[in-house]
Design a protein around this ligand. Structure first.
Ligand SMILES: C[S@@+](CC[C@H](N)C(=O)[O-])C[C@H]1O[C@@H](n2cnc3c(N)ncnc32)[C@H](O)[C@@H]1O
Length: 271
């Protein structure tokens, strides 16, 4: 499945992620995607594009389910794509490829059976355009499967509060400004002539044992949220921890539970 990068210059500022840090702190994302994938019936020869594939673990799981198909994982981060290639590309996995590009800057030749994206869409600065082009890249009856966190998620509100308070010049650069709301996801998909088969909002809590753990979890995706220089990370994260405290619900075991909103979308292209 040829996937073309349409521009050598990313349309949006992308700060590379630390792939090793991500792996250690990405258990939540993996569990969520695993649950969704378990319910999908992939034909063995399906063509799949996984956008924002990260370290490639989920993409490689999909590839195992389509031995005669073609699965492409696409991600903006060189470190993530490097790790995905190192870990999952073996001689035996000729049905799997990883491509480094921003989601906003590629086009697909031919048609997809599935377009998937797990825990990544909220970072796409041109999310509406990406959503539209994925819908258009699907075959009739092809399926779109997205797990994302809409603008309504309180997590991003307190992070933006921290930027507004002490890192003002970075506030306009954050993903909070470009995240789609629940309604925007819905209307963009319906406008692209898709049949919405599932559209589920879940209000959930992340659970940590210590604030240090919360800090490390956020550090894993901090630069996707805002391109803050590394020497400011700790100061910003400490302020985020202060800002999140009014929203914490403490468990009986003293666990620290923070609310977030998840959106699961399944839609198929009308024939
Ligand atoms: C939270 S990770 C999710 C990775 C994987 N899908 C998972 O569920 O474990 C989000 C990924 O989106 C990627 N990303 C962020 N902005 C992007 C963009 N504009 N285009 C492509 N990938 C992007 C990041 O590099 C990161 O690897």
């Amino acid at each position: 499945m040829p996937v073309h990068i349409t521009s050598n210059i990313p349309t949006y500022p992308i700060v590379d992620l630390d792939a090793q840090h991500y792996i250690v702190n990405s258990g939540l994302q993996l569990d969520l995607a695993g649950e969704i994938l378990a319910g999908i019936d992939f034909p063995q020869d399906a063509k799949v594009l996984d956008v924002g594939c990260g370290d490639g673990r989920i993409t490689s799981e999909i590839a195992k389910r389509v031995p005669y198909g073609q699965v492409t994982g696409l991600d903006a981060s060189t470190s993530m794509v490097g790790l995905a290639r190192e870990t999952y590309l073996e001689a035996s996995s000729s049905n799997l490829a990883f491509l480094q590009s921003t989601a906003e800057d590629f086009s697909i030749e031919g048609e997809l059976d599935f377009a998937t994206s797990f825990s990544a869409f909220h970072w796409f600065r041109g999310a509406k355009g990406v959503l539209k082009s994925l819908c258009e890249a699907l075959k009739p009856n092809g399926e779109l499967i997205i797990l994302t966190y809409p603008a309504e998620s309180i997590y991003y509100e307190f992070m933006q509060e921290a930027l507004n308070e002490r890192f003002k010049e970075f506030a306009p650069l954050s993903a909070y400004n470009t995240m789609l709301s629940i309604d925007e996801y819905k209307s963009t998909i319906l406008d692209a002539k898709m049949d919405l088969t599932e559209f589920t909002r879940k209000d959930l809590f992340t659970s940590s044992q210590t604030f240090q753990e919360v800090k490390e979890f956020i550090r894993g995706w901090l630069t996707s949220f805002v391109p803050l220089p590394e020497h400011l990370h700790d100061e910003f994260l400490d302020l985020v921890i202060e800002k999140c405290k009014p929203y914490v619900q403490y468990g009986r075991d003293h666990s620290i539970n923070l609310p977030y909103t998840e959106l699961i979308i399944k839609a198929s292209r009308l024939s």
